[in-house]
Design a protein around this ligand. Structure first.
Ligand code: HEC
Length: 139
């Protein structure tokens, strides 16, 4: 009887340890994005380092994106742990190498758990400002 209790507690402890280990790292990574040609050719009209655009983008990012993507773009916002898909790491060099038009599509058209922002962020000035700000998050 006693050994059975010990066995069961070990089993419970073991499964708790596995659960702690598995989440939230068990988030699946989103695969490659299929970006339509009409977006691919888009280019950010703001120059790199445009301080006004980056400032506006920072405010909008805090309002619309930070909850999932996190303060510094690591994909660790408070809502991120409830997502099945990892939101991505904006500080990563590979991510930063993504072209403007692809970023635009991912950011405002979205897919699956990445929301569509066409209605909430309707103007291109705001959209490109957010992209300018995302560009500042690189390591
Ligand atoms: C509700 C949570 C949530 C919010 C809010 C959100 N995102 Fe996302 N985002 C995600 C998830 C989840 C993914 C991964 C989706 C996938 O790969 O299928 C993602 C992916 C992305 C990607 C592609 C990342 C990569 O590594 O490929 C970009 C760019 C992006 N989001 C930009 C934004 C911007 C800009 C905003 C604010 C305007 C925003 N997101 C708001 C959840 C969110």
């Amino acid at each position: 009887m006693k050994s059975r209790i010990i066995y069961l507690s070990l089993l419970l402890l073991g499964s708790m340890a596995i659960m702690a280990f598995v989440s939230p790292q068990d988030q699946k990574k989103g695969g490659a994005w299929d970006v339509p040609a009409k977006y691919k050719s888009m280019v950010n009209p703001n120059k790199a380092g445009d301080a006004d655009a980056e400032k506006l983008g920072k405010t909008l990012y805090a309002k619309h994106c930070r909850s999932c993507h996190g303060n510094t773009g690591l994909g660790d916002g408070p809502k991120a742990k409830n997502l099945e898909t990892f939101p991505g790491d904006f500080t990563d060099a590979k991510f930063q190498a993504t072209k403007d038009g692809d970023l635009y599509f991912m950011s405002f058209i979205g897919r699956d758990e990445m929301p569509n922002f066409e209605k909430n962020i309707p103007d291109d000035e705001s959209r490109w400002a957010i992209i300018s700000y995302i560009r500042t998050l690189k390591k």
